[in-house]
Write a protein that binds this ligand. Structure first.
Ligand SMILES: NC(=O)C1=CN([C@@H]2O[C@H](COP(=O)(O)OP(=O)(O)OC[C@H]3O[C@@H](n4cnc5c(N)ncnc54)[C@H](OP(=O)(O)O)[C@@H]3O)[C@@H](O)[C@H]2O)C=CC1
Ligand SMILES: Nc1nc(=O)c2c([nH]1)NC[C@@H]1CN(c3ccc(C(=O)N[C@@H](CCC(=O)O)C(=O)O)cc3)C=[N+]21
Length: 291
């Protein structure tokens, strides 16, 4: 029987465990705080930010929020970030991307102080990840690791294929799976739009992670019998969320598979809470146990 990996359930149990870490911080007089910065009129970005804020309030993380006019320039955005960098009650600063075209995104994201960079996008944190000593793991890749762990899927020695090489998902995930660590130690192949014969690559994999942003790119014919399939894709087709995996076809061949919705999405949000609690722990010098 194919296991359907329940991201909602795994995320819920993570939030419960994080609530205990937040209790430990409270005993030391610390409340974790996350500041989200929204500089966009895109309804999707607005939705992602409001879900993140709602999650914070639910688990006891203080929700700070800043709206920056979507017509503003890089300097104005960076001034907002600089102010949040200085505040002792703000432990995490998240600038929601994509940013408007007139903004120098690289410069703006680099202005988040690395200790508060709970997205893990700052070059210092990316560098640490690539070097094998991550501080804040990017939320979606970390969520994928937690889903694999929850499903009892060993990465050690596994052949993993990551479809997608973005800085947001594919590259950090490939680095995490490659890391010399119990939740890494996979043999990693990274595929992208110029990959020759994608199906041949995915058919050779024990673990396939689809993060291409192409609806139903991966179907059952492209999988080895019993493979684990993690669908990061979140595409809107006729107003419905559709993954990068053709679920009904893939589940026939897969050993375990994540659905969309109810798979990676809720985990991404849970790992942001995780990083914020970790940030509060580091910045307050309070040791807490993390799930
Ligand atoms: N559930 C969640 O929490 C999240 C979901 N997502 C979703 O994950 C998906 C990927 O996001 P993101 O990484 O930001 O997307 P990007 O568009 O930044 O990157 C997509 C990657 O997929 C590759 N690709 C595109 N088409 C193909 C193809 N036909 N075959 C093989 N590779 C291909 C691209 O190759 P190339 O580099 O050559 O262009 C690129 O590397 C999206 O659907 C997004 O919505 C993203 C973040 C969080
Ligand atoms: N720069 C950038 N930042 C992003 O944050 C970003 C992005 N690009 N590209 C698009 C993806 C997609 N994404 C999701 C986050 C949460 C859910 C999520 O929680 N979904 C729930 C359903 C939520 C609901 O609708 O109630 C689920 O899948 O079950 C989904 C998708 C962030 N993205």
């Amino acid at each position: 029987m194919t296991e359907i990996i329940d991201g909602d359930a795994v995320a819920a149990s993570l939030r419960e465990e994080l609530a205990e870490s937040i209790e430990e911080l409270a005993d030391a007089g610390v409340q974790p705080g996350l500041a989200t910065v929204l500089m966009s009129d895109d309804p999707a970005s607005e939705t992602y930010v409001s879900m993140k804020r709602e999650d914070c309030r639910e688990v006891g993380i203080e929700d700070f929020h800043r709206d920056v006019d979507s017509g503003a320039d890089t300097e104005e955005l960076m001034a907002v970030v600089a102010d949040l960098n200085e505040r002792a009650d703000v432990h995490g600063v998240l600038v929601q991307t994509p940013l408007p075209d007139q903004v120098d995104s690289e410069r703006a994201l680099r202005s988040v102080t690395p200790l508060k960079d709970v997205d893990g996008f700052h070059p210092e944190n990316v560098g640490r990840l690539v070097r094998g000593d991550p501080r804040y793991r990017p939320c979606t890749p970390h969520g994928v690791q937690k889903l694999l762990d929850a499903a009892g899927v060993e990465t050690e020695g596994a052949d993993a294929v990551v479809v997608g090489r973005s800085n947001l998902v594919g590259k950090p995930l490939a680095n995490l799976l490659l890391r010399k660590a119990p939740d890494g130690n996979a043999t990693v192949t990274v595929c992208h739009s110029r990959t020759d014969d994608l199906a041949e690559k995915t058919r050779g994999a024990d673990i396939v992670v689809a993060a291409a942003g192409v609806p139903e790119l991966i179907d059952g014919s492209m999988l080895a019998e019993g493979a684990t399939v993690i669908d990061v894709g979140y595409n809107h087709v006729d107003g419905e969320a559709v993954g990068d995996v053709a679920f009904e076809s893939a589940r026939e061949t897969a050993g375990a598979i994540t659905p969309v919705p109810g798979g990676v999405g809720p985990m991404t949000r849970a790992m942001l809470l995780y990083n914020t609690v970790k940030a509060a722990s580091i910045q307050s010098g309070t040791d807490v146990s993390l799930p």
